[in-house]
Design a protein around this ligand. Sequence first.
Ligand code: SF4
Length: 624
Amino acid sequence: MKPAKTPKEIKNFLESNLWEVQKPGRYTGGELNQVVKDWKEVNTRIALIFPDIYDLGMSNLGIAILYDRLNQRSDVLAERVFAPWEDMESILRASGFPLYSLETKHPLEAFDILGFSLPYETLYTNTLNILDLAGIPLFSKDRTDDHPLIIAGGHATFNPEPMHAFIDAFVIGEGEEVVNEIVDKYQAWKRSGDNRSNLLSELSEIWSIYIPAFYHSYYNSDGTFSHLEKRTKQVSLPIIKRITPILPPPTTRLIVPYIETVHNRISIEIMRGCTRGCRFCQAGMILRPVRERTVQEIVDAIDQALTNTGLEEVGLLSLSSSDYSRILELVTEVNNRFSGRHLTISLPSLRIESFSVDLMDALKDSRRSGYTLAPEAATERLRGFLNKPLSDEQLLDTLKAIYSHGMFNIKLYFMIGLPFETLEDVKGIVDLCKTIYSEGRRIIGRRTQVTASVGTFIPKPHTPFQWFPMDTKEQLQIKQDLLKRNLRGPGFKLTWNSPEDSLLEAFLSRGDRRLSNVIYNAWKMGAKFEAWKEHFRFDLWVEAFSIAGLDPNFYTHRTRLMNESFPWDHINTGIQKEFLMEEYQLSQKGQTRIDCSNQCYGCGILPVFDHLRQENSDVVWKCP
Ligand code: SF4
């Protein structure tokens, strides 16, 4: 085994090589508010890894929150790691230098714990690539007591099975509290001198930690998943997701990048969860119950973050920011408190039903030219299946009000490939955009611009639509061609994903343990940066499936039976499978249900987390 590189060697290496790469600022660290601690002064060293490039990863709020929380402990340090772009990777590989952390330039293998953030499935091959660049065995079973503990969390890990072979421990759900419990267990284990298997046993005692090595999965003769069995009595089954009953104070010491990143703004989460119940939406299901921060807490946090960062934009984040119960009061208060400081407020996810003229007035500023709204489907009929009971009239009234406020840029999110969708519904996207454009021309004139951003429906685990098949490549192609033919000309812009991008996400999201071979094979053949057009190679995945003796269509285009067991059934989000089935059946009848903050439908959240409500008498969730 080669001796590990020292931080000094890595710094020297960077000094000699960074001039050769695009955007050297991705690899240097040293930004305002980064935390650098003395390695000898702390007990536990953690690398927080976002497995895509710096420009994307620096906008990930999850990493920022954990970085802040872990670094508040005097016995812990947390440093950041991102995937190197191909130019930097080539240099690292050619020179035999390992991937390192931005803060102190330690190689990854020197850390105690590596924590990967996996918000989406297309980061899986990058995760393997990072382990490889760090010189750490890819498979959990091949790691020894000397290797770092590899953990992962994020929305994609609500079906952890496709990555089960590579990750030692998954954190299912919210990380703010559990990270400290992991560190405490890790430190006790280190003191004990026990072996790695004992560490995993200890970790499995923590609520929401899933150690795949302690379970075995079985399959039926037709290839469907049968069940998961414990290998050892002590571990839990199911694994109940973690929630924090009250949202902890927002992170305000945000790192300010030197280079341009996707969102260079202060991000404050104002509310977590959503009660709307859109049947395709995984986040809406897995983030329940809804918890809000107070206006005072948010405004104070913005004040501190402005002082700490000097940034001029604040994003008030949630799945549906206009549903925050005091949104108007909040925006008005932010305007009043920070008037004269050139602060731009962005509400990235507005719900048409709760978007009001008053809110628009409050948000008015010189830099905004329009709004983004997400009707998802263009026809009332199809929105009914999705549980988005929004009338065409409501939608048009909102858009007219936006135009009347002088805005000329409208961006609309739609999906194609939805269950029950016909070509008429797809044509409905064209008709709706043209109607909106005509209204824009009438109200605001020639500057009117309508952008249709058309994604593809991908059935996701833990949603009422998890039983549905996904459209085939050919079906999607026909729908996209229809849009491309009909939605063009001055004033219109259409964006879409290639059907193959969506198929990749589809088979990884509802996959089982056998998919880990496919992921490994694909990576071995060169797959990485799947979310980047210039890197994505669908042919590698087809080949990887073939080597593993599996059929990708089995994972994507099959209607799943109501009594079928799913590889993710052992992950308990709090929502009962029966509730999802009920919603699935209602969708088939086109029946909608109103927002559950007005009427509880007994999804299961309250009984599962009842103890938290009992223990925290001041807990306020939007469950009536
Ligand atoms: S328990 Fe009731 S109110 Fe709460 S999220 Fe579930 S359905 Fe909605």
